[in-house]
Each structure stands twice: as C-alpha cells, then as structure tokens.
Design a protein around this ligand. Structure first.
Ligand SMILES: C[S@@+](CC[C@H](N)C(=O)[O-])C[C@H]1O[C@@H](n2cnc3c(N)ncnc32)[C@H](O)[C@@H]1O
Length: 304
C-alpha cells in the first residue's frame, strides 16, 4: 500500500483525526521546513498534522480570488498564478514524472505495481477489475486514458480486452505505462501528448477516462468543450477530488498537508472542484451526468 493510500485510510478514521494536533503553516519558511522534514522522514502521520493557513498566503499573494465568474479566463488565471506562487516555480507540464526526482528506470522500479507486496498489487488490480466491470466495459471497447501515469489502468484494461490507448505529458510516465502492458499494439497506442492535443491521435473513442488526472488539467472548461467536439462517446472521471463545499468553486482549494507537499515539492497542479461547480461545468460544456457513485468516487458523463 502506498504512503498516500495508507494515510487516506487513516484519515477516514475519525479517532485518528481527533488525536492528531494540527500545525498551521503561515509562511514559506515553515512550509519549506515541513516539506524537507517529510522528505527526510516520510512519516504518514506527519503529513496529516499540517495544514496551510490560506488567508495568510492570500495576504502575501496580494489578493483572494473573488471573481464571480468561475468559468472566466480571469478566474482560471488567478488560480494558476496562485498555484505558481505556492509552488515557487513556473509550471512545466512536460516533466511531471521527472519532478519526482527519478529517471525512467527508477520510476518503473518504484512503481507500486512492481515493487509493492503481492497482496497490495492484488488489491489494486482488483479495484481496477471492479471498476471495469462497474462501467460495463466491453471486449474491444476503444478507450483513451488521459494521463496514464504508472499504468495501473493500462495493464488491467488491456488484460480485460479493451482496445486501450493512453496519453501522458511526461516521457518517463509514458515509458512506465508502456512497460506495464503486454502487446506491441498497446505499447504503440501509449503516446507522449498533452491532454489538450488528444485529437492528434486521429481516433474516435468509445470512452475517455481520467483517473486522478483531470484535476491536473489547467483548463478544465476548454478541455471538456474540446472533448465534446472531438469525441463520440462517454467520459469517466474516477478518483478525482470532488468537495462538498469550499471557499471557491474550484482551483487551489485544498489546503491539507498532502496537497501542499505535492505543490511545493513537486510542482504538481493540484486543483479540486465543488460538486455543484462540476455539475454546472458539465452542463455548460454540453455534458450530462449519467451516473455517479460516491463510494467509488466515480462519475460518468454523456452528451446532452
Ligand atoms: C496520478 S497520475 C494518473 C495515474 C494513472 N491513472 C495510472 O493508472 O497509473 C496523473 C498523470 O497525469 C499526467 N498529466 C498531468 N497533466 C497532464 C497534461 N496536461 N497532459 C497529459 N498528461 C498530464 C501526469 O504526468 C501523470 O502521469
């Protein structure tokens, strides 16, 4: 089980939360100290003990995003600039994997599906099998995964009989996903590309899947519009951060230790949405929710 998965399990236990005293990060010095302490000793409970004081950081940034139109370019630009302020660096999507500080071979060797215990691997793969069965995946179904990463879905969906295609902005994640699949055909269908360029594949898909990837997309409104225009089938969002409430409809709206670690130390764009906003986003971009399963953190949308 990965560190983050273990932590999520612990956080779902309210007794655990009750006995964890929370430290509030109010400045960059404390934030960087928190990051370096975690790097020296990646202790799970440590992450859960920290939270950002967002107002202190809005003050340092000079403003809070009060734009009343969360669909506007100005709203999006604010969130992006605030993210870069927290990260302390310009965003570069092409080195998402490299930001882990690993080369291609090390990334593959540290892929949880490769190096973790057999019971962990079986648990992870069973989740994907449950998912494939839940979405009613057909043999030969043409699937595009946006952000194929370590290749968890790639390996299982290929084995299930899908006509699997994957794209990722990072060369080393592409290499990792290719190593996880068996056939040369599927390896060729795993392509180095950004989300927004998916139509360059020149294919029509039955299903587009984002698994923990849509929240890394810097222009969610534009991307959903583009998929609506260039794709014939359904879209599935799985394991994306959907909040019941937040101080803004979407953006950098999670202030927990784990999110701050990913932003500050890896420069990963960690967006999130409220459910109300996400549903409105679907509606405005021509989609409707066919079904949502909250216990599985799963949403399926189809064209209106
Ligand atoms: C959490 S991982 C997804 C894991 C994947 N579902 C799996 O089964 O291993 C998110 C992936 O999205 C990729 N990514 C982030 N932003 C991207 C973008 N704009 N275009 C393409 N890929 C992107 C990252 O490189 C990363 O591999």
């Amino acid at each position: 089980m990965s560190l983050i998965t273990k932590l999520r399990k612990k956080l779902s236990d309210s007794n655990f939360l009750r006995r964890v005293p929370i430290s509030i990060l109010t400045n960059f010095k404390d934030l960087d100290e928190f990051v370096s302490q975690f790097k020296n000793n990646p202790d799970l409970e440590f992450l859960a003990r920290y939270k950002l004081d967002e107002n202190a950081f809005f003050d340092m940034f000079g403003s809070k995003n009060n734009n009343p139109d969360p669909f506007s370019a100005e709203y999006r630009d604010y969130e992006f600039k605030f993210f870069e302020f927290l990260a302390g660096n310009k965003y570069n999507v092409s080195d998402e994997g490299e930001k882990l500080g690993r080369d291609s071979s090390t990334l593959y060797a540290t892929n949880p599906l490769v190096h973790m215990s057999e019971s962990y691997r079986v648990e992870r793969l069973n989740k994907v099998i449950d998912f494939a069965s839940f979405i009613g995946m057909r043999q030969g179904e043409k699937i595009l995964e946006m952000g194929c990463g370590y290749g968890f879905l790639a390996s299982t969906l290929e084995a299930w009989g899908a006509d699997y295609w994957g794209i990722d902005a990072s060369e080393i994640f592409i290499d990792c996903s290719r190593r996880m699949v068996f056939s040369d055909k599927t390896k060729k269908q795993i392509v180095h590309s950004q989300f927004a360029d998916f139509e360059n594949l020149g294919q029509k898909f039955d299903t587009v899947i984002f698994e923990s990837a849509f929240h890394h997309c810097s222009d969610p409104v534009g991307l959903l519009q583009k998929i609506h225009t260039n794709h014939r089938g359904r879209v599935i969002l799985w394991n994306e951060p959907i909040l019941e409430s937040a101080d803004r409809p979407w953006g950098i709206i999670r202030y927990d230790g784990e999110t701050m670690l990913q932003i500050r130390s890896r420069g990963w764009l960690e967006l999130a949405w409220t459910r109300d906003f996400l549903y409105e986003l679907f509606r405005k971009t021509g989609w409707m929710v066919k079904r949502e399963d909250r216990s599985r953190n799963f949403v399926e949308i189809i064209k209106q």
